[in-house]
Each structure stands twice: as C-alpha cells, then as structure tokens.
Write a protein that binds this ligand. Structure first.
Ligand code: FAD
Length: 484
C-alpha cells in the first residue's frame, strides 16, 4: 500500500520535533499491525514525550499503539536493588497506559526481545526513547540496523534536547546560557494525546504480568538487597514531588547542603528510571509559591547540572574513567601521582566502610543501607577515595563501581559527571594552593566539611555504634566529632 502525501507530510512534521532522531529512515509499513513504542529509559505512561511522539505517529498512519518493555538481564552494575525498583514501577505504567487505551506488552530479553515481538506483530514503525550511556546507545544503534521498518528515538528525559548542545560543554557557565536560551521553547507542559485506534492484542500474544515475580529465576546479580522506604513508580514519584514542593522547597537554597536534614527532593531515583520526567518536576517547581531563591536553586540543579551531566556522557566517550578529564587536571594529578598517601584502603575496605573517617564511613553506610547518599556527602565521599587510593585512575574506577552498585540512582549520567567533578576537576577549575595528591583539583577536608553541618547527628544516624573510627561524642550522637 503506497503512503499518501498527507500521511507523509504529517509524519515529516512529527519528525521535525527537535527531540526526534531518525535512526532508520523510510516509509512506515502500512500493512503493519501497530506502531510500537519500545520503552526503555522513560518508564512512565504520562508526561512522556517519546510516548506522545509515538501516539502522534500512530494516529497519523491510522494504526494502534502498543508499548513494548523488555526486562534485560545482566545490565552492567545493576543488581536486585535496581531490578526490583524497575519491576515495582511497571504496575503504574500498565495502569496509566490502560487508562489511555494503549497496549502494553512486557517480556524478558533476550528470549522474548523486541525483534521477536516485531517478527510476530509486524509493526508499521518503531519509536523509542534515548539514553546517552554507552551500552544503551549501542542497543539502539544495533536495533536500527536490525529492524526493517522506520525507527525513531525521542530525547524524552531532558528538557532541552541534548543534541542541540552540539558538543561537550566545558562547565555550568558555558551550558547555562545555551540552555536558558532554549527553555521558553521546551519547558512546556507535555500535551497528552489520545490514540485514535485501540490496540487489540493477538490471541496468542505472550505478555508477562507486572510485578516482582518477573524476577523469579531471572539471571541477575542478587547480592545487593532492594531498598525499603523508596517506593517505585510514577505514582510514588508524583507524590514525592508534591510533598517536596509543599513541605521542603521553601528553604531548599539554604538547607540542601545540610545532610542531617531531609531538605532535598530525593527525586533522583525516579528521574533515573524515568518514573517522572524533568519537565513535570521543573514545571511544578517553577509554578510553586516558594520564594524565587529556592525555586531558582532547585532548577539550577535539576536543569543546568543534570543536563550538564547528560551532555558530558553524550559527548565524552571516556565518561566513566579518568581519560575524561581536562588536560589541566590530567597534568596536575599526574604530577602528584607518586605523592605519599598516609591512608590507603583497598576497594573492599572502602566497600565495608572500614576507614579511619567516621563521616566517610557514615556516608558509605547510608548508600549501602538505603540506596541513596546525600548530595553534599557524595562530593566528599568521592574526593576521599582519590586521597586513599593508589592512583587517580584507580580512584575513579572504585568510585564508579561503588556508586553504580549501591546507589539506586547509580549508572546515571549525573553519577559519572559527579565522580568526574570530584576526582578529575571536570566542570570545575584549578584551585590553589596546590596540595599533595590532589594537585590543583579542588580539595575537601574532613574538618571543614564536617563543620558546615551537624555532622555528629548524621554520623550517629548512619555510623555503627561499635565503629572504632567514631569519636566517643559521635557514638553518643551528642557532640560534633573531633576534626583532623
Ligand atoms: C560523586 C558524586 C556521585 C553522584 N552520583 C549520582 C548518581 O549516581 N545519580 C544521580 O542521579 N546523581 C548523582 N550525583 C548528583 C547529585 O548528588 C544527586 O543527583 C542528588 O544528590 C540526588 O538527590 P536529590 O534528588 O534529593 O537532589 P535535589 O537536590 O533535590 O536535586 C534535584 C535533582 O537535580 C539533579 N541534581 C542535583 N544535584 C545535582 C548535581 N550535582 N549534578 C547533577 N544533577 C544534580 C538530580 O537529578 C536531582 O534529583 C552525584 C554527585 C556526586 C558528586
């Protein structure tokens, strides 16, 4: 069946959206049964630009839409903690899609992956979302060469489409004006469309029920336990956002670097898994009644810092190792490579929080036990790994390994950018005076870091009472620990 000019023009208009990348061009298969949205990164059934592009395309060519989600085993660094969060979030996607009369098919990869599904249902075309991480991008490239129908991807988890930034940005000060120049265009409510043609699943279609049973017998690393206290899914994400906006946004600018308070949004796991999109979060904060200073401070983190992280991972192929650093940082760290290191810890000692530093140990324990470490301490945590490891390259690798393994929001562009910032001065500048090990990479000391907030309360909360590194005062949770 030949495609009419009207359909072709409408599809061209949809594809002209700057969020869309055409990975495999061509005309849709008009004999096909449906448009498939291969949901990967943007795990949500509302406020999802990739889903809306897929609906628009399906409506344009007169086909139903079906969302396909495959659970992929063996994702590097992911373990039961992360997989459980994913499967616990699938129920909300199923509910939101059912409400919108959109089909949802859930499978295990590789036995029942996307290609097999496409073979069974013969799609008209396939749409997916984007993810700048190496393996995720490779999967999309491979899919583009294996599919026989058009394949588009949509940059659904940033506000300003990341390819518009063109190249790696040097720092927040270089990306900020570029993002602000585009914000009025992209920071808009995502218009929700209704699919015009309901999906009727073929009788023999195999789909799983969302829920933890999906993990039974699935070959994944089970050595890290799921976290309690961070419920998964779009509903939980929306409630967390509402609570933050009503209870904690006021005061964010002054409280966000105080780890003893619960002053930040804790939305990072939801943003990482796409249970909520940055547009929805940014609009809720922008339009809140809180003081402008608090809203601006939050939007700086959510938009500028977060999209700087995406930019780093998208345009720097070495994002998860020291080679990602700027030449000045490579030089200064190399010049201090052979400096004496008064404290040296193996990766295992670090993992077990067996250092002399009670604040570091408490932060490590917060991450291992709860799946989330306060942002202020993430900086300190990574910088001390630089100080206590045999080399900067080794420190970078250990930080990535621990961060990805234990943080629920690990394996995220923000994580790689944060580690690169802390250990390799990425997005930062040289700082004097030059110090042992760090050279001119910015230094954080135990003394000054623990003085900036009530570290004794934090240590008492996450330190073990029998931890020999704990000063007696912190063991009782009453006084500030002594400083080095
Ligand atoms: C060494 C190190 C490791 C990090 N690892 C991760 C990680 O694995 N995953 C992750 O999502 N973030 C990581 N970050 C960034 C930041 O610490 C967390 O995003 C933040 O602490 C999450 O808490 P929140 O959601 O309460 O943040 P809020 O203060 O409420 O901020 C809201 C959102 O803005 C974004 N944001 C906040 N701070 C930053 C920042 N410094 N850089 C980029 N985006 C930011 C996040 O998406 C966050 O959810 C890391 C930072 C460092 C220094």
């Amino acid at each position: 069946m030949a495609m009419s000019t009207a359909i072709g023009t409408t599809l061209e208009q949809i594809a002209a959206d700057p969020r869309v990348t055409i990975r495999r061009p061509g005309e849709p298969n008009l004999q096909g049964s449906a448009v498939v949205y291969w949901m990967q990164r943007a795990q949500r059934g509302t406020d999802n630009p990739a889903l809306e592009i897929a609906i628009a395309a399906a409506n344009a060519i007169g086909k139903p839409l079906v969302v396909f989600f495959q659970l992929v085993a063996g994702v590097r660094g992911a373990n039961l903690r992360h997989y459980r969060f994913v499967v616990d979030g699938l129920g909300d996607i199923a509910d939101d899609l059912a409400r919108r009369r959109i089909g949802f098919v859930l499978r295990h990869d590789p036995d029942h992956g996307l290609l097999r599904f496409c073979h069974a249902i013969e799609p008209a075309m396939v749409v997916s979302d984007e993810n700048p991480l190496r393996a995720a991008e490779r999967a999309r490239v491979t899919m583009a060469s294996n599919l026989r129908v058009p394949f588009w991807t949509v940059d659904a988890d940033v506000i300003v489409p990341s390819r518009l930034l063109v190249k790696e940005q040097y720092a927040a000060r270089t990306i900020r004006p570029r993002i602000h120049a585009q914000l009025h265009r992209f920071l808009q409510p995502i218009r929700q469309q209704q699919p015009r043609f309901p999906w009727v699943p073929p009788k023999s279609l195999h789909t799983l029920r969302p829920g933890p049973e999906m993990l039974d017998g699935f070959p994944i690393d089970r050595t890290v336990a799921p976290v309690a206290g961070i419920p998964a899914g779009s509903g939980a994400a929306r409630r967390a956002l509402q609570r933050f906006v009503s209870d904690r946004l006021t005061g964010y600018a002054t409280q966000r670097n105080r780890p003893e308070f619960d002053g930040t949004s804790r939305l990072s796991p939801y943003l990482h898994f796409g249970h909520i999109g940055p547009d929805a979060v940014a609009l809720a904060v922008r339009d809140a009644a809180a003081p402008a200073a608090d809203r601006d401070a939050f939007l700086e983190e959510l938009i500028i810092r977060r999209e700087l992280g995406v930019n780093f991972v998208r345009f720097n192929p070495y994002y998860d190792r020291l080679a990602s650093a700027e030449p000045w940082a490579v030089r200064t760290l190399a010049a201090h490579r052979d400096d004496p290191r008064p404290h040296r810890y193996s990766p295992r000692q670090l993992e077990q929080a067996e250092t002399h530093d009670p604040l570091w140990n408490a932060a490590q324990r917060q991450m291992v036990a709860t799946g989330w470490m306060h942002g202020y301490l993430r900086m300190y945590w990574a910088k001390k790994i630089l100080e206590w490891s045999e080399s900067a390259a080794a420190a970078y690798a250990i930080a990535v390994e621990l961060n990805d393994r234990y943080e629920l929001d690990g394996r995220d562009p923000n994580g790689y950018a944060g580690i690169a910032w802390a250990i390799a001065g990425k997005h930062d500048r040289a700082w004097g005076p030059e110090r042992p090990i760090y050279g001119t990479v910015r230094y954080m000391s135990y003394a000054s870091t623990s003085r900036k907030f009530d570290s004794a309360t934090y240590i008492a909360r996450f330190g073990k009472s029998d931890d020999p590194s704990l000063p007696a005062a912190a063991r009782k949770g009453k006084r500030r620990p002594t400083t080095r």
